[in-house]
Design a protein around this ligand. Structure first.
Ligand SMILES: Cc1ncc(COP(=O)(O)O)c(C=O)c1O
Length: 432
């Protein structure tokens, strides 16, 4: 009964994101009263396993004691102070730690992933202007990329459903073929496939480097297009080409940073240092909105001058908010105290074992990296029916077209993983 009241009021007053509101006439919203670990609980006490970590942010689940303690402590000191002309302990501590983890020494803060991308794009093209190469103001992005939905971020995003309606607002930049292994239709060796992608990138760089500021990519997993995984060697080769043609490499770790792929940051599968790294989502463990764009001494120095007009004048009111920074410090403290990556590896192996029978299901391209699993279901599966069955049986899943994926919180237990795998498998069978 209580659920119904919240559903009605939400439908009346809230324009929900990434949603066709009419769809909710048939598929009701899920009103959440509270969260505990890997679980979300509605107003009728029904529990749902949060297998997407609430849009990939709640790394350590809900109601995490350590992150809460950090925020509470900060709340008793200072809740907010502008980061222009003032500074504070939480932002300083966080920046020191992030610099050490990424080897990039300058942190510029925002509130959401798209903010971080806007900052990287603007900073990169502004840098080239500062060093006397103003024509270098165009960007390269990968086919099927996703970097957010503000106008700048959308201009390097290649997912038609998000981009098409705003095409007239977006500047045309350069898109290059994606190394997503699912696109290897001709069954080339992985090496040949990557080489082919690198070849087209090289041709573009060769012809257009004078106007290219940077290339932006999601390292190892193009998440929003349906968890398209690719070989890390691609990153190494892109770095080499960027060096050869004086083009910045922007690595968007917003979805995959903080251990999701098995390394702290996905680009660290190779020994490369990007020119910019964008972080958000898992940064605060799902507690408060915060993003950060990190860059090098070289970029930073180009803006260091006596004139205000030479500065990087991008800001948001909540830039470096102390509570959000303290949540991020809470997240990092968990990584410092526990061997999260090692524990995740054990969990990942276990979940792979639990999924062994998935090979007998009507699915394709079952893949896994770190704490991400994905597969495509056959056309004969009714995906709405699949989702409905999963949710009504306590697994909160949100497929991307016909791609089903799991990105569970790192605190998922063996019993919970079993529930996730068993319910999803049964949902596939029920949806044929
Ligand atoms: C790789 C990547 N970049 C950027 C974004 C945008 O982040 P936000 O939704 O916080 O603006 C996302 C969001 O899913 C993402 O996956």
């Amino acid at each position: 009964m209580k659920n119904k009241k919240y559903i009605k009021e939400s439908m009346k007053y809230i324009w929900h994101p990434c949603s066709q509101m009419k769809h909710h006439e048939k598929t009701p919203l899920i009103p959440i009263r509270e969260g505990r670990g890997s679980w979300l609980i509605d107003f009728n006490n029904k529990k749902y396993l949060d297998v997407t970590s609430s849009w990939w942010v709640n790394l350590f689940g809900h109601n995490n004691k350590i992150i809460k303690q950090h925020i509470t402590k900060q709340l008793n000191k200072i809740e907010h102070v502008m980061l222009a002309g003032a500074t504070h302990e939480a932002a300083i501590d966080l920046s020191k730690k992030l610099s050490k983890l990424t080897k990039l020494s300058h942190c510029s803060y925002g509130s959401d992933g798209a903010n971080a991308v806007e900052i990287a794009l603007k900073m990169s093209s502004h840098y080239w202007k500062r060093v006397g190469l103003p024509k270098k103001n165009k960007f390269v992005y990968l086919e099927n990329s996703y970097h957010g939905e503000t106008i700048g971020a959308l201009s390097v995003t290649d997912i038609p459903i998000f981009r098409k309606q705003y095409a007239s607002l977006i500047k045309p930049y350069f898109s290059v073929p994606s190394p997503d292994l699912r696109l290897n239709k001709a069954n080339k060796t992985s090496e040949e496939f990557i080489q082919e992608k690198i070849k087209s990138l090289k041709i573009l760089f060769e012809n257009k480097h004078e106007v290219i500021s940077s290339i932006i990519l999601e390292p190892l997993v193009q998440c929003a297009t349906g968890m398209g995984i690719y070989d890390s060697i691609y990153l190494k080769k892109v770095r080499e080409l960027c060096d050869e043609y004086e083009i910045h490499l922007i690595v968007d770790e917003i979805a995959v940073g903080f251990g999701r792929t098995g390394k702290m940051f996905a680009h660290q599968y190779e020994k490369i240092i990007p020119d910019f790294i964008c972080l958000s989502k898992g940064l605060t463990g799902g507690y408060l909105p915060l993003s950060v764009t990190l860059t090098t001494d070289k970029v930073y120095s180009a803006f260091y001058s006596d004139k205000m007009a030479d500065a990087f004048l991008h800001s948001h009111s909540y830039t470096g908010n102390p509570l959000a920074c303290s949540a991020a410090l809470g997240t990092l403290s968990i990584f410092e105290k526990e061997d999260v990556l090692k524990n995740n590896k054990i969990k990942s192996n276990l979940i792979n074992k639990l999924m062994i029978d998935y090979k007998n299901l009507p699915i394709r391209s079952l893949r896994n990296i770190g704490m991400i699993w994905a597969f495509e279901v056959d056309n004969k599966i009714d995906i709405d029916k699949f989702t409905e069955y999963s949710i009504s049986n306590g697994v909160l899943i949100r497929p991307i077209n016909n791609t089903v994926y799991f990105m569970p919180p790192y605190c998922i237990s063996e019993k919970e993983a079993h529930h996730m795998v068993a319910i999803t498998s049964e949902a596939i069978k029920q949806a044929i």
